[in-house]
Write a protein that binds this ligand. Sequence first.
Ligand SMILES: NC(=O)c1ccc[n+]([C@@H]2O[C@H](COP(=O)([O-])OP(=O)(O)OC[C@H]3O[C@@H](n4cnc5c(N)ncnc54)[C@H](OP(=O)(O)O)[C@@H]3O)[C@@H](O)[C@H]2O)c1
Length: 258
Amino acid sequence: MKAKDIFDLTGEVALVTGASSGLGRRFAQVLAANGAKVALVARRRDRLADLQSAIEAAGGKAAVIEADVTDRAAMMRAFDETEKAFGTVSILVNNAGIAHADRALDLTEEKWRSVLSTNLDSVFLWAQEAARRMLAAKRQGAIVNIASVLGFGVAKGVAAYAVAKAGVVQLTRALALEWTFRGVRVNAIAPGWFVTEINADYLASDEGKAKLRDIPCGRFGQDGDLDGPLLLLVSKAGGYISGATVVVDGGQIVALRG
Ligand SMILES: NC(=O)c1ccc[n+]([C@@H]2O[C@H](COP(=O)([O-])OP(=O)(O)OC[C@H]3O[C@@H](n4cnc5c(N)ncnc54)[C@H](OP(=O)(O)O)[C@@H]3O)[C@@H](O)[C@H]2O)c1
């Protein structure tokens, strides 16, 4: 088979959470460029509308859905609106996420709960709803959860974030075990450092720039570095991959693996 055929997403309906900036914006564009119709989900509607225009100008199809991923009613509305516009979601990219920089002694209960709620609880609940609908519609599907290298190793000031991302890695395995035989594959991508709004200030600081020393590729991740891994996991090319977490970090965690 030719590469363009095994990665082709024509006929697929994708939903990307956190599509209003950074990695999610790019994920939505890549999915649309390869044939999927894409529901763009986040809280900032104006950003999503800009992205919808960019996707449509490039010949793709996209719908804007303003929703907070921690809001169950908004989640149900997002799936309903996507179904109405394009049909049952067959690709879910669980990407929305927030970071924090508090050391554990200063981390408030409110912040802890907010990071876990956005970065882990929502990943489960959106995956569960997507899978329920795929199974009800008898559609094969692919779910990709966005984890992090901080799901494997830790740094100072990321306790809640690292716990949530480690949870995403285990959740991915658990869901894959239960759903793959019914036609829903579940995988994760664990990015290393990519400069986006979540970390731009930090990576521009002296401490942030020093992180480059830990990356064998010698640079932070950039637009395009996650295109191939995403397409692999959601397309026919990855039809026998489930429960995996693909680390895309320029070699950063090799040292942690020994
Ligand atoms: N950048 C990195 O180095 C890196 C590394 C590893 C993993 N990641 C993960 O990659 C994912 C994307 O991060 P990013 O770097 O692209 O950061 P970003 O530019 O800050 O984007 C985060 C996205 O999540 C959305 N979001 C946050 N809370 C939300 C909520 N409650 N409801 C709906 N949407 C919400 C934001 O949209 P609105 O504010 O418009 O709602 C935004 O679109 C995150 O899960 C992050 O943990 C990033």
